[in-house]
Design a protein around this ligand. Sequence first.
Ligand code: SAH
Length: 341
Amino acid sequence: MNNIYGYTLNMLEEYFLSIGEKKFKASQVYDWLYKKRVTSFDDMTNIGKNVIEKLKTDFNMDKIKILAKEQGKDVSKYLFGLHDNNKIEAVLMFHDYGTSLCVSTQVGCNMSCSFCESGRLKKVRNLETYEMVEELLMIEEVENVRISHVVLMGIGEPFDNYDNVMNFIDVINEDKGIGIGARHITVSTCGLVPKIKEFSKNKKQVNLAISLHASNDELRRRLMPIAKAYPLDLLMDTIKEYLANDGRRVTFEYIMLQGVNDKEENALELVKLLKGMNAYVNLIPYNETSHIEYKKSNKDTIMKFYDILKKNRINVTIRKEFGSTVSAACGQLRSNYKEVE
Ligand code: SAH
């Protein structure tokens, strides 16, 4: 039986047509699910008894469970238990401009970035669309908040779960449902070139972020094995195509690792790489974890790096640190939870 939260409005319309019903029933169901937030098909009082019975035989509305929560300053982190007992995390951040949710897209991750806690658990499976939708629904329910922004930057590589992730974006973006604006949704990838090309063709106004983290190939290959498959010149050409196609600005994420990628020469290489592109760089103070020996760059080093980019007219910001008040580096809560189990 399929979980109804995995259905885009289009898919639900097709379902209704396939059972000989009018397709507007799908909009009515969306309204019950996402505007009124009912938790039982029996509460959908305007769609007819027979249709309700049919829905009950074809779909379930089972939710994933919140197992643990850590509360920090302006940030909360949740550990979810899935139906097969796998665990994932999501992080809710309170900003001046609203609340943003960082969702996981896979159980584990196969990208093996050397600095990242998530990759210590290899990919077990992709998340289903409904599981990603429920990360948002459950947190809105328990916190009684409306989430205004969604970033796909939790555990997993979104472009390694492309179809489910695109359906997830469709569901949360749908006006007749949750209605989060495409410009308030950001998908982050470590740089899977074929999928960036596919994403380019898809005309959604969703933001794209690229985890760059290195200013040259040799360094990037050391930090991110994916760079062996897709070297920097190929990655940059693909992003330039994306920009030419779409015109939306791309964000480059750059974790600041002490003594590894934070030197003046790295900043200058980065300037060369990004000059003239409609892009901006987000410098991320590394969130240290007990299992990995990298240290975060100190404040002065980060400021110096920032100044070099700024002086060379590269748009740059330094990411606000949320993670250090909770174990918010991707994968940390799950892996700490495992240790105490
Ligand atoms: N796989 C995708 C999305 C998940 S990671 C990607 O690579 O973009 C989301 C971001 O968090 C990435 O930029 C990742 O490199 C970064 N990240 C991972 N571990 C981190 C840590 N300990 N501190 C700070 N950022 C981290």
